[in-house]
Design a protein around this ligand. Structure first.
Ligand SMILES: *[C@@H]1O[C@H](CO)[C@@H](O)[C@H](O)[C@H]1NC(C)=O
Ligand SMILES: *[C@@H]1O[C@H](CO)[C@@H](O)[C@H](O)[C@H]1NC(C)=O
Ligand SMILES: *[C@@H]1O[C@H](CO)[C@@H](O)[C@H](O)[C@H]1NC(C)=O
Ligand SMILES: *[C@@H]1O[C@H](CO)[C@@H](O)[C@H](O)[C@H]1NC(C)=O
Ligand SMILES: *[C@@H]1O[C@H](CO)[C@@H](O)[C@H](O)[C@H]1NC(C)=O
Length: 637
């Protein structure tokens, strides 16, 4: 193993940087997806600093982390059930030092800046040597990056299409901001042009909510009309009372202004989980997060109410944390809550991707005047029912965030994300046509991120088949909205290679390589599924039956949180990254998975992918039997 930190400390004051020749050829290092470029053209060139209201552009250069090429191997060593070091998770310090950027990378970036005529004293390096910062004029930025800067509709500045850097820097630089970090697509961007709110898209099909009369007779016979906690418990054989609650931790993430109304929880608990009436989740507030109570309506409470109600009802008496992220003015996104969990992930002075994430400290009046970096202790299981179209995130930004899930998996954390509610289309039914533009008649599929990241557990949706109840065997079929498919950014991880290759070989989808990534080398998702149809929730005092994979993710998370309870009770480690176990032989042998073999995730003018025997990009491995799943995890060291 290399010892970059010790060396770096000793050499910190030596200006050893070689100076790069100014004329070194540039290569493309990161890019915005062409679909995103077409959808969000800039409004004008950034032709003077005054016009942007900026004294300078705060250029931040994220140095390449070392040893990322062995991240998957390190992660498998602690999470593959056949590994002799299964469950031997790493400390935060070991993770931070293993992946910390090298001295060489810092020197290379300094050499480039100084060689371009920037005085050495203007160049600063963040504590922990992750980021190099320099404030530059527009002219300097354009010369350094051989590019042009633009102003976008929401006032953001950046490059339009691609980031180029000198070829010799490629191995030393991860991301540079502000450059190509893309703005989000779909309704979220429309909301953003009215305000600066940066919360990602909740994966919930609110338009399909059905109001249910409050005297509705909830019963196991009626789960197809109103799916309650008891329906989940029965269908998935999920009856478990935790006993290690003080050692365990379980969190749902919400982005302000999403909130819950306490009386909604009590109505829900009163109907479906009476012992919980009066109980509340534990608020963990990140970057000014707040349980706001001034803008309620229907949309703001519905998602939080759902996540919290099920997380609590299915794990009572486990205490459930709500990682409430972002202030009321600009909200926050995935990188913001990850910053709070892992200080080594933070940027120099707040924010990770200035177009996607909340930027803290927030200078707006009433904004959160600080930045939460490594401020909270990492919960074991985290579920986040939000997602963005993969194209809306630049490739380097997506990879950086995905690697962070892998690093936290090494530390014993489990992350669950839903696969979206629009079948093979993106948020709001977003599809592309053959010229790469958004088009309702387009037939190009749109994977959802972070579900497409191989280091999270992506959860799709099922529903009860016609005439079936939760008491029937083979009760489930595909929920038609479930997202699923193949990533354009992430390669197929080894843990799923056999399952996914078998699907592609035996059931080749009838689409071109232009419609989805059919290279046979891409990450396929979901990994597993749970019911996503007609789920009971109370929002603003109304009892509703709502469809959406936002229902599958927290219920699957509850199940894994209870596996942790049982393992912690036996003195074992938490389960951490679960996918290698989920795809493993023992799960098959124990009959954990109920294979869903009917239905499809049609959209983009196609029938989408078809559910079939074995893994498929519709329902993944299938739905779990909790008791059998628990046995497999309890057998592991
Ligand atoms: C199921 O719901 C219907 C109303 O949709 C109701 O008429 C029926 O009695 C319910 N069945 C049971 C067993 O509760
Ligand atoms: C609304 O939230 C604020 C801040 O958390 C709190 O002080 C206030 O009591 C709340 N009001 C109601 C009606 O719950
Ligand atoms: C793709 O969609 C764009 C925008 O809707 C449209 O202008 C263009 O003609 C479409 N291209 C094709 C090949 O259909
Ligand atoms: C498909 O996935 C592979 C493996 O990740 C990648 O190399 C390739 O660039 C992807 N193709 C497209 C069109 O995105
Ligand atoms: C896909 O599912 C839709 C909706 O359930 C159905 O109408 C369609 O026939 C299915 N397509 C195929 C090929 O089975």
């Amino acid at each position: 193993m290399r010892l970059p930190l010790a060396l770096g400390g000793a050499l910190a004051l030596v200006a050893a940087a070689g100076v790069l020749p100014r004329d070194e050829p540039h290569i493309v290092h990161d890019r915005r997806h062409p679909a995103h470029v077409a959808r969000f053209p800039p409004v004008r060139r950034l032709d003077s600093d005054a016009e942007a209201g900026l004294k300078s552009i705060p250029l931040r250069i994220g140095l390449a982390q070392q040893n990322l090429d062995s991240l998957e191997a390190h992660l498998l060593a602690v999470s593959d059930p056949t590994s002799p070091t299964y469950g031997q998770h790493w400390s935060a310090q070991r993770v931070a030092s293993t992946f910390a950027p090298s001295r060489e990378s810092e020197d290379a970036v300094r050499g480039w800046l100084v060689g371009a005529g920037i005085a050495p004293e203007r160049v600063e390096v963040a504590k922990g040597r992750k980021w190099v910062q320099v404030d530059v004029s527009v002219g300097e930025a354009e010369e350094l990056l051989q590019t042009e800067y633009f102003v976008f509709e929401d006032g953001a500045i950046g490059e339009w299409k691609r980031l180029t850097i000198p070829a010799s820097l490629a191995a030393h630089v991860e991301v540079i901001t502000p450059t190509v970090q893309a703005k989000r697509v779909g309704s979220s961007i429309q909301r953003r042009s009215e305000s600066t709110n940066k919360a990602p898209h909740p994966a919930f099909d609110q338009s399909a909510a059905v109001q249910v009369p409050s005297h509705f007779p909830a019963s196991l016979a009626n789960c197809s009309t109103l799916f309650t906690p008891a329906c989940y418990q029965t269908l998935y054989n999920f009856h478990y009372t935790p006993t290690s609650t003080s050692k365990n931790s379980f969190a749902v993430v919400e982005f302000t202004p999403q909130t819950f109304i306490p009386s909604d929880l009590d109505l829900f608990f009163g109907n479906f989980s009476p012992a919980l009436v009066g109980q509340r989740p534990e608020g963990v507030f990140i970057d000014g997060g707040v349980f706001q109570n001034t803008s309620l309506g229907f949309e703001n409470p519905v998602k939080s109410s759902f996540d919290i109600s099920y997380a609590m009802a299915l794990t009572t008496p486990q205490s459930v944390q709500v990682l409430q992220t972002g202030d009321i003015i600009e909200s926050g996104s995935f990188d913001n809550y990850l910053d709070a969990i892992d200080g080594s992930f933070c940027t120099f002075d707040g924010g990770d991707d200035t177009s996607l994430d909340g930027v803290y400290p927030d200078p707006a009046p009433g904004g959160y005047d600080a930045q939460d970096c490594g401020t909270i202790s990492a919960p074991y299981v985290v579920t986040v029912s939000y997602g963005d179209d993969e194209v809306s995130v630049s490739e380097k930004t997506a990879v950086r965030q995905c690697n962070e899930y892998g690093k936290l998996g090494l530390m014993g954390m489990t992350f669950l994300y839903p696969t979206g509610d629009n079948g093979v289309a993106g948020n709001d039914g977003f599809c592309l046509n053959s010229t790469g533009q958004e088009d309702p008649n387009g037939q190009i599929f749109m994977p959802l991120f972070p579900a497409s990241c191989p280091y999270v557990t992506a959860v799709g949706g099922t529903q009860l088949a016609d005439g079936k109840t939760v008491l029937d065997k083979d009760a489930e079929t595909t929920w038609v909205g479930t997202g699923g498919g193949f990533s354009n950014y992430f390669t197929m991880p080894s843990y799923q290679a056999s399952a996914v290759t078998s699907f592609l070989t035996n059931h080749p989808p009838p689409y071109t390589d232009g419609q989805y990534n059919n290279s046979g080398k891409a990450r396929g998702f979901p990994d597993m599924s749970m019911n996503a149809n007609s789920v009971a929730v109370i929002a603003a005092a109304r009892l509703l039956a709502i469809p959406g994979t936002s229902a599958s993710s927290p219920t699957a998370a509850a199940l894994f949180a209870m596996v942790n309870d049982a393992r912690l009770g036996k003195g074992k480690a938490p389960i951490g990254f679960v996918n290698p176990v989920l795809y493993g032989k023992k799960m098959q042998e124990a009959g954990v998975w109920r294979d869903i073999t009917t239905g499809n995730n049609s959209n983009c003018g196609t029938d989408g992918f078809e559910a079939t025997v074995g893994w498929d990009p519709v329902t993944g491995l299938g739905t779990p039997d909790f008791v059998k799943l628990l046995d497999v995890f309890l057998d592991l060291p």
